[in-house]
Design a protein around this ligand. Structure first.
Ligand SMILES: *[C@@H]1O[C@H](CO)[C@@H](O)[C@H](O)[C@H]1NC(C)=O
Ligand SMILES: *[C@@H]1O[C@H](CO)[C@@H](O)[C@H](O)[C@H]1NC(C)=O
Ligand SMILES: *[C@@H]1O[C@H](CO)[C@@H](O)[C@H](O)[C@H]1NC(C)=O
Ligand SMILES: CC(=O)N[C@H]1CO[C@H](CO)[C@@H](O)[C@@H]1O
Length: 223
């Protein structure tokens, strides 16, 4: 039993590290999360998704518009941005051409007061509810965008995955082909090294242990 578990973990480890190398992922937790989602999807016979920076920037806007408290994620007080905000606010903020917005076919939002690595985010926060796995494995999706955002000066950390069935080159197109990068938040697909979140982690993680704040929430919506 222990041996077979070890073998499984070795295989997972080797396959995940090689997949990360292949995709030339920069040091960016949002890109790492996308790679993990794709590894998990392909092992469940779903297609690998295109990492779309326009969609990922919108995922970051989604987090900001959510304006929720960490422990409200998934609860009855959880607020959800209005659909109209995608065209009215999120796309303009990102420099995404509104005419190229494609349907959002899935969204998963999770929050934790402490910064944890993307692999743990995937297993411990984003897939805590079985409904989120159904969203993640859904074969309708063709594209993904991931974002992570910490409030000023540290946690809580919000992680968001947005999925779309748009055509990769012609959806969520960025004006002038460039993503508007904002720190310390990170989003995927922009070939952007983003360690702002990790920097905060180093300063704050030990503090968090003493404060003992550890709120976990997971919020999923099917659209
Ligand atoms: C990987 O990324 C680096 C930095 O952006 C770039 O210089 C290099 O050409 C990329 N390699 C591949 C194989 O895409
Ligand atoms: C996949 O997502 C689409 C679009 O959100 C939805 O209509 C469909 O029911 C989902 N399929 C499954 C199996 O959950
Ligand atoms: C989509 O992008 C790929 C790679 O950048 C390119 O080779 C292909 O021609 C593009 N397709 C369309 C329809 O623009
Ligand atoms: C192959 C793989 O990594 N599968 C995992 C996908 O994610 C779920 C939820 O964390 C795991 O239960 C699977 O083992």
């Amino acid at each position: 039993m222990a041996t077979s578990l070890c073998i499984i973990f070795c295989i997972l480890f080797i396959s995940s590290s090689s997949a990360l190398d292949e995709k030339n992922v920069t040091k960016n937790p949002a890109d790492e999360l996308v790679a993990i989602v794709n590894i998990n999807r392909t092992s469940h016979k779903s297609s690998s998704l295109t990492n779309n920076p326009g969609l990922a920037c919108i995922a970051l806007q989604y987090i900001k518009a959510y304006q929720g408290k960490c422990d409200e994620v998934g609860g009855p007080d959880a607020k959800k941005p209005a659909e109209s905000e995608f065209a009215e606010t999120f796309a303009p903020n990102c420099g995404v051409e509104v005419a190229t917005l494609a349907p959002i076919t899935g969204r998963v939002l999770g929050c934790q007061s402490k910064y944890i690595k993307p692999d743990k985010v995937f297993t411990q926060i984003l897939t805590m509810k079985s409904t989120s796995l159904n969203i993640i494995y859904n074969t309708t999706h063709t594209e993904i965008g991931a974002a992570v955002s910490g409030s000023d000066g540290g946690g809580p950390y919000f992680w968001c995955l947005l999925f779309s069935n748009g055509k990769s080159n012609s959806s969520f197109v960025l004006e002038r082909g460039e993503a508007k990068i904002t720190r310390p938040s990170c989003f995927s697909g922009a070939n952007d090294e983003c360690s702002g979140v990790n920097g905060l982690l180093e300063n704050l993680s030990f503090l968090m242990i003493f404060v003992g704040v550890f709120v976990v929430g997971c919020y999923t919506i099917l659209v």
